[in-house]
Design a protein around this ligand. Structure first.
Ligand code: 4NP
Length: 164
């Protein structure tokens, strides 16, 4: 009998612009996964982020997001924005939206019968199901710090989920 093929988990974080929330979520997850021993091996787990909008394709993250990640010792200056694509639904096992509008936009473009699990990121955090990650784009450094706390809490929950 052929050995079962176990697809390594692959996670895509999706917000609107892919310059604030989802790059921070990707960075927090990569960091927490590395600490937990799930990364950097590509066979263990992979991660990416994207936006539902197209305004920031090819752009680096917002400088305030770069600064917030740097406060946690993480360099995201090399990340580049991209728009989510229908092919992502076949490439990723878990697609996590940062807010309800992002989730609705993803559902609107998801090919029928997609095997990817589609959910709100904060659904992973006990007591926070259904809540959005705060959008810091119109805010200040304190808003970015709050966003980091939320995505980092979710990243820890996601790592635990993938390990179990
Ligand atoms: P993000 O934040 O979706 O967390 O990357 C935003 C980025 C850009 C815009 C809004 C939110 N914008 O209006 O360009």
């Amino acid at each position: 009998m052929a050995a079962a093929v176990i697809t390594p988990p692959s996670v895509l974080f999706v917000c609107l612009g892919n310059i604030c929330r989802s790059p921070l979520a990707e960075a927090a997850f990569r960091h927490r996964a590395a600490i937990a021993g799930l990364a950097p091996s590509p066979a263990a787990v992979s991660a990416d982020s994207a936006g539902t909008g197209d305004w920031h394709i090819g752009h680096p993250p917002d400088p305030r997001a770069i600064a917030e990640a740097a406060r946690h010792g993480i360099d995201i200056a090399g990340y580049r924005g991209r728009q989510v694509a229908r092919t992502d639904f076949a490439r990723f096992t878990h697609i996590l939206a940062l807010d309800a509008q992002n989730l609705a936009d993803l559902r609107a473009i998801a090919p029928g019968g997609t095997p990817a699990s589609l959910a709100l990121l904060l659904d992973l955090v006990p007591g926070m199901a259904g809540q959005p990650v705060a959008d810091p784009y119109w805010g200040d450094a304190a808003d970015f710090a709050r966003t980091w706390e939320q995505v980092d809490t979710a990243a820890q929950a996601l790592v635990e989920m993938l390990r179990s």
